[in-house]
Design a protein around this ligand. Structure first.
Ligand code: HEM
Ligand code: HEM
Length: 248
């Protein structure tokens, strides 16, 4: 009973702004980081990849046969159509995103470039890895991506998604037929993979690499939103980064 009363009074105190002076007052800084094309691309691309992973999985492992006349069913047709549509959205998005890496601000380029020769960058990758592994008490602050996130975005996401687009277009060329514009990707990829089965296999394995990236990425985004000293998910929505504990 006493505990209940204590909790109520604590809640009342927080709700009552007139007592705010008893709490630590901190200055909050907000910096505009991700411009609208980056944010639009991020969420459209995330939706496209969700569709691609689900439909790709079913292209590789189709559902058991459906009842009735075979020619009455078009389920795999719809699944493949959704895959190709999302594939072209992803490919067009990547072209736009590469354009924005040139036209946009410095943070728009982070997804494509690594400061490879900078010792400071690699030291900070290590520090950030220690923070993610709960081996550090206090995180650093970054206006754009932190160095570990940038490393994963360039090496796993950017390289991986271009790989998926090129191999996907080469697979599409098999259906589109000889002489189609997709033959460019086909002619580029088939000599490297040797045959169509290997092309399917590496496109399929690429899916799992991207799925693992997305799982770690979403975990890190939520974790950093809670534990870091700056805003995360809202930054990819509004573009603004808030620093939570400025003045400390
Ligand atoms: C298929 C799903 C997703 C993919 C492929 C993906 C990929 C990416 C990539 C490539 C970036 C870098 C963006 C750039 O520099 O232009 C990024 C940033 C970001 N993503 Fe995602 N994302 C996905 C889903 C999500 C989801 C569901 C969330 C929220 C929970 C999220 C939160 C964020 C945040 C907060 C950033 C900015 C991180 C920072 O400021 O360092 N993402 N994402
Ligand atoms: C992250 C992106 C993508 C994922 C996760 C993904 C996933 C998959 C998977 C798992 C398969 C089945 C492979 C197999 O085992 O045979 C597949 C097939 C295919 N994908 Fe993708 N894919 C992606 C992007 C693309 C893109 C950008 C295109 C371009 C249009 C594309 C076109 C195709 C085609 C044409 C097939 C073969 C369909 C068939 O044989 O019926 N994919 N994809």
């Amino acid at each position: 009973m006493t505990a209940h009363v204590d909790k109520r009074s604590a809640d009342d105190e927080i709700a009552d702004l007139s007592t705010a002076k008893h709490h630590l007052q901190v200055r909050q800084t907000a910096i505009y980081v991700y411009e609208w094309p980056v944010r639009l691309w991020h969420w459209v691309n995330a939706a496209a990849i969700l569709v691609l992973a689900v439909t790709g999985y079913f292209i590789a492992s189709p559902l058991p046969s459906l009842p009735g006349e075979a020619s009455d069913q078009y389920l795999m047709g719809y699944i493949r159509f959704a895959h190709f549509t999302a594939g072209f959205v992803m490919a067009a998005g990547m072209v736009g995103r590469i354009y924005w890496a040139f036209a946009g601000n410095v943070h728009a380029r982070q997804m494509f470039v690594l400061p490879f020769w900078s010792g400071k960058f690699w030291r900070e990758v290590l520090i950030e890895a220690q923070w993610y592994a709960f081996l550090r008490d206090y995180p650093k602050k970054y206006v754009g991506h932190n160095p570990l996130a940038q490393l994963a975005m360039v090496t796993i996401y950017s390289v991986g998604s271009i790989f998926m687009i090129v191999t996907g277009m080469a697979l599409y060329a098999e259906g589109a037929g000889k002489g189609s514009m997709f033959d460019m990707a086909y002619d580029l990829v088939i000599p490297l993979t040797g045959n169509s089965q290997n092309l399917h296999t590496i496109h399929h394995l690429g899916m799992w690499a991207i799925i693992v990236f997305v799982m770690i990425h979403v975990y890190a985004a939520v974790r950093e939103d809670i534990m870091s000293r700056q805003s995360m998910i809202s930054t990819m929505v509004s573009g603004w980064r808030m620093f939570k504990d400025d003045g400390k």
